[in-house]
Each structure stands twice: as C-alpha cells, then as structure tokens.
Design a protein. Structure first.
Length: 167
C-alpha cells in the first residue's frame, strides 16, 4: 500500500474536489444528492487494516464536512460504511479468497460482485447520512426514497467512473 500512497492521495484529492466543486451543486429539486467521494473507501486494498480504514474514513468524511458545513454528518456516515466494509467483504468473498495485493475492482472480480459490494456500502452510507440529516421519524418514507434514489444515482456514477477509468 505504501508504494501506491501518491496514487491514493491523488485519488482522495480528486474525489473530494469533484464532490465539493461539481456534485454538491447537482441537486434535483433538493431530492437527489450524488456522493461519489465514498469511492475512495470502496477502492482501498483488501489488506487495509481496520484501524487505517476507519482513520481514512473519518479524515475523508471530515474533509467533506469542512467544505459542506455539515458538522460530522459525512464523517459519521463514512465511518459507518468503513466499519461495515470488512464484514461485507468476508460475506462476499469468493471461494478461493481474494488475491493478494488486489483491491475491489470490476476487472478482478466482475460487475455482479462489484455491484453487490459497492451497492450495499453506498446504500448503508446514504441511509445513515440522510437519516442523521433529517432526524425525524415523521419523514421516514420520504427520507427512505431520497436515500434509495441518491444511492442508486451514486452507484451508477461510481460504476461509470470504474468502467471508464481503469487505473
């Protein structure tokens, strides 16, 4: 992972800038909010230690919070997603296990596997984020539909990014 440190730093910066400068300004009636910055956590190698995963997640989330003035909402949602990641990877693990020094990718594990992996984590992130943001049970179904649609839109954008940008 150390050898790829410059690549991960560049990925972090690009995803944060794309989120803050472009995608935070894309809101369809304030209802659909795409969040692609989670791609950073999704793309980390399988061997990433849990403590590093959580640390990177809180730094990523707090960076987004800093630019969006959301006081920990993105940080908590991103940490929640990073917390779920190891258990999800264990449940989706191929029979032969994951190849050494690989990372979650469509090329290595197929579109179906990646769709399940990214879809579940993105949905968990979005549900957590939107319910913390609203924090009202009276808007349960409205928030659920908003989270589902935003997660689907984010997943589509992330799949397009992964398909068109190989490395």
């Amino acid at each position: 992972m150390i050898n790829y440190l410059p690549r991960y730093i560049l990925t972090f910066v690009i995803l944060v800038l794309a989120q803050v400068l472009l995608l935070n300004n894309v809101q369809l009636s304030g209802y659909l909010n795409p969040y692609i910055y989670v791609l950073f956590i999704l793309s980390l190698p399988f061997e990433t230690p849990k403590w590093a995963l959580l640390l990177l997640a809180i730094v990523l989330g707090m960076t987004i919070d800093l630019f969006t003035h959301t006081v920990g909402m993105h940080a908590s949602a991103t940490v929640f997603m990073a917390f779920l990641r190891p258990a999800l990877l264990r449940s989706l693990e191929p029979r032969d296990g994951y190849q050494l020094e690989t990372y979650p990718s469509i090329r290595d594990y197929g579109l179906t596997w990646y769709f399940q992996y990214a879809g579940i984590l993105i949905l968990a992130h979005h549900l957590f984020l939107f319910y913390v943001e609203i924090f009202k049970l009276s808007l349960f179904f409205q928030t659920l539909s908003r989270a589902l649609l935003s997660a689907l839109f984010s997943l589509i954008l992330i799949l397009l990014i992964k398909l068109f940008i190989k490395k």
